[in-house]
Design a protein around this ligand. Structure first.
Ligand code: SF4
Ligand code: SF4
Length: 113
């Protein structure tokens, strides 16, 4: 699954307000990036969602990731309300990155047949 994390970081970290101008993470050492700490669940949730509606991806995020997050909960999250969760902040970019890698993967598998 590392190819997904690589694609996410390439796309997101360079835009993240917690990174320097090169995209190097400068998040406080007292915290963990919610993208890294929830990585497996994020990828599984996005790949399991087949929809044209962004709301369905958000519903998957709340159900599969926020439900198990130590910083908040699906219905109520201070970090989310204060725009301090990198995962929530950049979720549209994360969805795009994972779907692009997933589609490329399917293409390669079919070409190999
Ligand atoms: S907080 Fe997360 S998204 Fe932001 S730069 Fe650090 S690792 Fe990347
Ligand atoms: S929005 Fe809140 S509960 Fe969901 S992943 Fe981010 S910090 Fe955790």
């Amino acid at each position: 699954m590392d190819k997904y994390l690589e694609a996410i970081k390439e796309r997101v970290c360079t835009h993240c307000i917690d990174a320097d101008s090169q995209g190097n993470c400068r998040i406080s050492s007292a915290r963990e990036c919610t993208i890294e700490s929830n990585y497996d669940r994020i990828v599984k949730s996005i790949l399991a969602t087949k929809s044209n509606r962004y709301e369905d991806y958000v519903a998957g995020l709340r159900e599969n990731v926020c439900e198990n997050c130590s910083y908040g909960a699906p219905e109520n999250c201070d970090d989310r309300n204060q725009v301090e969760c990198p995962l929530d902040r950049y979720y549209p970019m994360i969805v795009d990155a994972i779907e692009e890698v997933g589609i490329e993967h399917i293409r390669q598998a079919n070409t190999a047949l």
